[in-house]
Design a protein around this ligand. Structure first.
Ligand code: ACO
Length: 358
């Protein structure tokens, strides 16, 4: 038995805990299995700017052999080849591009300059910038030479998505990108947003984040039920912060009457069905929400991290929503499995963006 300071955990409790963990991992695998299966129907070209990293090379080998994607590794060719040989893979499996020394650098630099010449870019600066792997990878996707980019294994979140925002930008008709996490808790699976990008979204941005999240959730074959969260329940505490959330709900209902959404509401109102049934029977979502939209980045980022660390939820993400073309960001030091899963999500994203364009 172990003394935790709060309670004694006996050997039997540990067994029960391990069983519960297995169940939850089973659930997370199921969600990912849907994406892997979809990706295998239409594999795509995926570029990895951190191609010199061992975990990226191992994931690239796996996605190629599992028919999920055709990987492209960016980085120093000599270093990547040495690493591939050290791991023991066949060099012929890998498409390697060195952004420091490649055929397309000048084309990409000119395209980048064209895109950003009225935003302070010069051709000279563009030539230098494009040699940085996150810029080169983003331009590959922008120019259609790759279908998706996966990055962030060794760079900070802002430094990973800024090049993508500059080279690719948001999807037509949208104004914000946002980050969603799948949170697999003890009993249920939830989708949290925006956990990673917009520090203090306006009511219009919040509505857009909610709609993008709902559409992304449908890709996982899950019917979204959205709750827009606040410290206030349906007008109980009318401060500017909660009124913003209330107004975002109105905007969503106007724009997308097909969506099941309500708010503003407190987090327990959203996830405990009896609270809605007994106290707020007029609410449009019944049986508990599965998509939780947070009022700002503080709340969302803190919530998902607490769920992972204290709530022992399995969290998958961040899944970047709203980009014109797919770019997805890894957690620093992501495992090979995480990179494979994110690649499958990016491939499915690329296909659904293709369908939307057709
Ligand atoms: N949605 C859409 N486009 C955006 C957004 C957004 N949320 N933010 C910036 N842009 C656009 C800008 O309008 C600009 O476009 P333009 O230059 O073509 O006109 C382009 O992106 C680049 O803008 P910058 O000004 O260079 O970038 P900025 O300094 O605004 O940074 C960033 C954007 C990196 C997303 C910033 O908002 C940020 O750092 N957010 C917080 C990220 C963070 O730290 N998250 C928490 C940790 S992540 C984790 O826990 C996994």
């Amino acid at each position: 038995a172990i003394e935790t300071g709060v309670a004694k955990i006996t050997e039997m409790d540990w067994d029960a805990y391990r069983e519960k963990l297995k169940e939850r991992l089973g659930l997370s695998k199921e969600i990912i299995r849907v994406m892997i299966h979809k990706a295998q129907q239409k594999p795509k070209k995926v570029v990895y700017p951190e191609g010199e990293e061992e975990n990226i090379i191992r994931a690239a080998h796996a996605v190629l052999n599992d028919g999920i994607a055709q990987p492209i590794l960016l980085g120093n060719e000599k270093i990547i080849k040495q690493e591939v040989e050290r791991i023991g893979y066949d060099l012929n499996e890998f498409t390697i591009i060195d952004p420091e020394n490649c055929d397309k650098c000048e084309d990409y630099a000119k395209a980048f300059f064209e895109r950003r010449k009225r935003k302070g870019a010069t051709l000279y600066d563009s030539r230098n910038l494009i040699r940085k792997p996150n810029y080169y990878g983003s331009m590959m996707v922008a120019q259609g030479d790759a279908d998706a980019m996966i990055s962030g294994y060794s760079t900070s979140y802002p430094n990973t998505i800024r090049p993508a925002l500059q080279c690719i930008g948001v999807r037509e008709g949208l104004s914000v990108v946002s980050g969603m996490y799948i949170v697999i808790a003890k009993k249920e699976t939830y989708f949290f947003a925006d956990c990673t990008v917009n520090v203090n979204p306006t009511k219009e941005q919040l509505a857009e984040i909610a709609i993008s999240t709902a559409d992304a959730v449908k890709e996982f074959n899950v019917e979204p039920k959205l709750a827009l969260l606040s410290f206030s329940n349906f007008g109980s505490a009318p401060y500017p912060e909660s009124v913003k959330v209330q107004e975002a709900v109105k905007l969503i209902k106007q724009k997308r009457p097909d969506l099941l959404v309500d708010g503003e509401m407190q987090a327990d109102t959203a996830v405990v069905p009896e609270i809605i049934e007994k106290i707020f029977p007029f609410a449009e979502i019944k049986g508990g929400a599965n998509v939780l939209i947070f009022p700002n980045l503080d709340a969302a980022n803190i919530a998902y991290k607490l769920m992972a660390r204290i709530g022992q939820a399995t969290v998958i993400g961040p899944i970047l929503l709203g980009m014109a073309k797919p770019v997805h960001v890894l957690q620093r030091g992501a495992s090979v499995d995480d990179i494979i899963n994110m690649t499958a999500i990016a491939v499915v994203d690329a296909e659904s963006k293709n369908i939307r364009r057709r």
